[in-house]
Design a protein. Structure first.
Length: 221
């Protein structure tokens, strides 16, 4: 049986409630965690709360900054075995007319651009690992998007499509790697369950396929 113990796992968006829960459980399971965020003060609190984790400041929306981040991680810690992308946010309401350009720019930058930048830079690591894992959190609203959440749903749909493309690449040339899309209606209160599910990604191999779409507790609600 494989496990996450000893694996190097990068958490993008680590200072969120979900990022802290995931980081804490990964460290407790023996993983080497690199927690990445954009706010130094929040990362300082993260270090106090989760001793043993490495914290790095990076604007994940900036491709050059992400490239520099990768160079530093590779030099100081080696190649990663997992990328857990938890950068997100919500903007919406007001029907279709209320789907503002400002909200779209915010969601596109956080939900999709940060995912695109990090996966492009670290994809070779996941391919090279004997158990590369990628995970994101998506939403049940994609099953029935409403006008007031069209910006949000469109950004999440694009993120899912990006992950599916990566999974198809795993199927072709990295059979030991897999991608997981965790699906929730709301992540609030489900952080412990997400942390358990992320930690368990290394408990089995990728024989069941390169892509998994996994509903968490309230996904049917």
């Amino acid at each position: 049986m494989m496990s996450v113990s000893g694996r190097l796992v990068l958490i993008a968006g680590a200072t969120s409630a979900s990022g802290r829960a995931v980081g804490r459980q990964l460290v407790d399971a023996g993983a080497r965690v690199v927690a990445v965020g954009s706010r130094p003060e929040a990362l300082a609190r993260y270090r106090e709360e989760i001793p043993g984790s490495v914290t790095l400041v990076c604007d994940l929306g900036d491709p050059a900054a992400v490239a520099s981040l990768a160079e530093r991680i590779h030099a100081e810690h080696g190649r990663i075995d997992g990328l857990i992308h938890l950068v997100g946010g919500w903007r919406g309401g007001g029907g279709l007319a209320g789907q503002t350009d400002e909200d779209w720019d915010f969601l596109h930058a956080r939900v999709l651009t940060t995912l695109r930048n990090t996966t492009r830079v670290f994809i070779d690591d996941l391919h090279a690992s004997d158990a590369g894992r990628l995970a994101i959190v998506s939403t049940t609203t994609l099953d029935k998007p409403m006008p007031g959440g069209a910006n949000y749903a469109a950004a999440k749909a694009a993120a899912e499509t990006w992950v599916k493309a990566i999974a198809n690449g795993f199927a072709k040339s990295a059979p030991a790697a897999s991608a997981t899309i965790f699906v929730v209606r709301s992540l609030d209160g489900l952080e412990p369950q997400l942390a358990t599910a992320v930690t368990a990604l290394w408990d089995s191999n990728a024989a069941s396929g390169p892509l998994h779409r996994v509903p968490l507790a309230d996904a049917a609600g």
